[in-house]
Design a protein around this ligand. Structure first.
Ligand SMILES: Cc1ncc(COP(=O)(O)O)c(C=O)c1O
Length: 409
C-alpha cells in the first residue's frame, strides 16, 4: 500500500509540475493519459485581476480535493466505453452499468456498516440533507412536529429546518460548547414526545456526514440511524426506489464506490499521516508565533481540518498576503462571504478572532514539504502584519486591548 501511496503522490506531483516530465509518462495510468494535456507551462497566471507567479500550494481540502487517480481509473471506462444508462433493461450496456452501480452501492454500504438497500445516490450533500430532513418530517407530519438540530450545522441543513418552520414545524437549534461539541444532557433535555428527528428513543437520527465519509469511522448501526424513512419526492422516474428520481450517473457512482473501498483499506493509514501533518503545521506555527488560537477542540476534531486564529492581525490582509497558499476563511462552503463564520460565532469565538481565522485543509496527498512551506509563509505574513500593528505593539507592552475604550467619531 505504501507503494501505491508513493505512486499516486508522484503522479500528482508530475501532473502539477509546470512542464510534462518523463516521470509523468512512466506512471502512465488511464487517469494520467486523460489529464495529460492540462500540464502546460504556467510561468505566470493572471486570473480575476490577480497576477500569480506560480500555482499556489493547496490546503483547502474541505472545499474540494483532488480525485485519487485510482478512483479516476475506475470511473473512466464508464465515460468512454461502458456508457449505458443503468436503467436500460434491454441491452448489455444497460446491464453492465446497472451492475457497476450495484457494486458501488455495496462498496459504500460496506464502509459504513449499512445494507446496500439503504444507500440512495443523490447529487450531493445538499440534496441528501434536504431529502432527509424534510423527508423524515413530512413522513411523520401527523404525529411529530419537532426537530432538534445544532447551531453549527451546514447552511443546507439549517435552511431545510427553516423551511420546515415556515410549514409549521418547531425547531430547536442547540448551542455547542467552545470545543464545538454538543452537550448530550442538553440534547436529551431538548427531545420531546413529538420530536421527529434526532437520535435516541424512537425518533430518527440524521447526520450530515459530507466531511466525515471515508475520513473517520462511521457505523450506522451504532448510530441507530433512520433507515428508509424518506417520504421525499416520489414523482418523475422513480429511480433509487422512488426516494431520488433521475438517471443515476454511472461514472460518478462508480467513483464513489471506488473511493469508499479505498477509504476502508486506507483510512487508518491516512488518518495517522494527516494527524502527523496537522501536528507539524500547528507546532511549526506555534514555535514562531504567539497568539495562535485553535478554533474548536484540539483532540476531538478531524485532523485534516485545522482552523486557526492569529491575534492582532487583520484577517483579510492575512488571506490576501497568503496568495501562495490556497486556504479558506470561515467554515466549509461559506467562504464566498466575508462575514465571520457563524460556526465560529456559535463556538463562542470573539468577533475579531473569528474575522482572522484561517482554515487549513490537509488531505491524502498533502506532503511534509507543503506543510513546511505553508508554515513558513504563514509565519512570514503574520509577522509582517504584526510589525505594522499598533495593537500588537500595545499587547507586547502589557496593555489589555480588551479594556481599551475607543473614542467614537
Ligand atoms: C458538511 C457539509 N454539508 C453539506 C455540504 C454541501 O455539499 P454540496 O455542495 O456538495 O451539496 C458541504 C460542502 O462541502 C459540507 O461540507
Amino acid at each position: 500500500m505504501a507503494t501505491s501511496k508513493l505512486l499516486v503522490s508522484t503522479l500528482r506531483k508530475s501532473l502539477n509540475s509546470p512542464s510534462p516530465s518523463s516521470s509523468f509518462r512512466r506512471f502512465s495510468t488511464a487517469a494520467a493519459e486523460a489529464v495529460a494535456p492540462a500540464s502546460e507551462p504556467e510561468d505566470s497566471l493572471n486570473i480575476k485581476g490577480v497576477k500569480i507567479s506560480a500555482r499556489p500550494l493547496y490546503l483547502d481540502m474541505q472545499s474540494a480535493s483532488p480525485v485519487d487517480p485510482r478512483v479516476l481509473d475506475a470511473m473512466l471506462p464508464y465515460y468512454l466505453a461502458r456508457y449505458g444508462n443503468p436503467h436500460s433493461r434491454t441491452h448489455l450496456y444497460g446491464w453492465e452499468s446497472d451492475q457497476a452501480v450495484e457494486t458501488a452501492r455495496s462498496q459504500v454500504a460496506d464502509l459504513i456498516g449499512a445494507s446496500p438497500k439503504e444507500i440512495v445516490f443523490t447529487s450531493g450533500a445538499t440534496e441528501s440533507n434536504n431529502i432527509s430532513v424534510k423527508g423524515v418530517m413530512k413522513f411523520y407530519k401527523e404525529k411529530k412536529k419537532h426537530v432538534v438540530t445544532t447551531q453549527t450545522e451546514h447552511k443546507c441543513v439549517l435552511d431545510s429546518c427553516r423551511h420546515l418552520q415556515q410549514e409549521g414545524f418547531d425547531v430547536t437549534y442547540l448551542p455547542v460548547g467552545n470545543d464545538g461539541i454538543v452537550d448530550l444532557e442538553k440534547l436529551k433535555g431538548s427531545i420531546r414526545r413529538d420530536t421527529g428527528l434526532v437520535s435516541e428513543l424512537n425518533v430518527s437520527f440524521h447526520t450530515d456526514a459530507a466531511q466525515a465519509l471515508g475520513k473517520i469511522p462511521i457505523d450506522v448501526d451504532k448510530w441507530n440511524a433512520a433507515k428508509d424513512k424518506g417520504g421525499a419526492p416520489n414523482e418523475w422516474g422513480g429511480q433509487e426506489r422512488g426516494i431520488r428520481s433521475g438517471t443515476v450517473p454511472t461514472p460518478l457512482v462508480v467513483g464513489m464506490g471506488a473511493a469508499c473501498e479505498l477509504a476502508k483499506k486506507e483510512m487508518d493509514y491516512d488518518d495517522k499521516r494527516i494527524r502527523a501533518l496537522q501536528e507539524r503545521l500547528l507546532n511549526g506555527v506555534r514555535a514562531k508565533l504567539d497568539g495562535v488560537v485553535v478554533n474548536g477542540s484540539v483532540e476531538r476534531r478531524y485532523a485534516g481540518n485545522l482552523n486557526l486564529s492569529f491575534a492582532y492581525v487583520e484577517g483579510e490582509s492575512l488571506l490576501m498576503g497568503l496568495k501562495d497558499v490556497a486556504v479558506s476563511s470561515g467554515s466549509a462552503c461559506t467562504s464566498a462571504s466575508l462575514e465571520p463564520s457563524y460556526v465560529l460565532r456559535a463556538l463562542g469565538v470573539d468577533e475579531d478572532m473569528a474575522h482572522i481565522s484561517i482554515r487549513f485543509g490537509i488531505g491524502r496527498f498533502t506532503t511534509e514539504e507543503e506543510i513546511d512551506r505553508a508554515t513558513e509563509l504563514t509565519v512570514q505574513q503574520v509577522e509582517k502584519l504584526r510589525e505594522m500593528s499598533p495593537l500588537y505593539e500595545m499587547a507586547k507592552e502589557g496593555i489589555d486591548i480588551k479594556q481599551i475604550q475607543w473614542a467614537q467619531h
